[in-house]
Design a protein. Structure first.
Length: 159
C-alpha cells in the first residue's frame, strides 16, 4: 500500500470514527443531538469563560458568519448567553450557560466510559496501536492546523 492509499484511508476513516463516537456517547448518556461544531464551541468557551464572537471564530478557524449562525442557534437552545461590553451595542461576549457546561461535563464522562469500554473490547495489539496513535494524531493535527493557518493560506494563494 502506498502513502497516498494510507492518506485516503485516513481521510475516509476520521469522519465515520468521530460520528460513531458521538452516537455511542449520546446513547450512553442520553444526551441531546448536539452537532460536533457546537461541542467545539462549548469546549473553547468553557476553557476561556467568555469570548467575543470574532475571537471565537478565529480560535475555531471558522468564518465569522458561520460562527454567528452557530451562536444564534446555540442561544435559542439555551447553550450560550451574549452580554454587551460597555456602551458599544455591537461589542458582545459569549459565554456558555450552566446547562451547556453540564451537558459538556456529561458528554466528557460518557465519552471516557464509552471509549474505555471500546478500547477494552479490542485485542491487545489493536488497543496498543490505538493508544500509540493518539500522540501521532496530535502531531498530525498540529501539522494540519499549520497548513491551514492564515499565513499558509496566503502563501498558497500567492503561488
Amino acid at each position: 500500500m502506498t502513502d497516498t492509499d494510507d492518506a485516503v484511508r485516513l481521510g475516509q476513516m476520521t469522519g465515520p470514527l468521530r460520528r460513531a463516537v458521538l452516537r455511542a456517547v449520546r446513547i450512553a448518556a442520553d444526551l441531546p443531538d448536539l452537532p460536533e461544531a457546537q461541542i467545539e464551541v462549548l469546549r473553547v468557551l468553557a476553557a476561556e469563560t467568555s469570548l467575543a464572537s470574532g475571537e471565537l471564530a478565529a480560535r475555531l478557524r471558522l468564518a465569522r458568519p458561520t460562527t454567528s449562525n452557530l451562536l444564534t442557534t446555540m442561544r435559542r437552545q439555551g447553550l450560550v448567553e451574549r452580554e454587551r461590553i460597555g456602551e458599544d451595542l455591537r461589542r458582545v461576549v459569549v459565554r456558555p450557560t450552566p446547562h451547556a457546561l453540564d451537558l459538556l461535563a456529561r458528554y466528557d464522562r460518557a465519552s471516557r466510559q464509552v471509549l474505555s469500554t471500546a478500547l477494552d473490547s479490542l485485542g491487545a495489539d489493536a488497543r496498543q496501536a490505538v493508544v500509540a496513535a493518539v500522540h501521532a494524531f496530535e502531531e498530525l493535527t498540529t501539522v494540519l492546523d499549520a497548513m491551514s493557518s492564515p499565513v499558509a493560506v496566503e502563501r498558497h494563494s500567492a503561488s
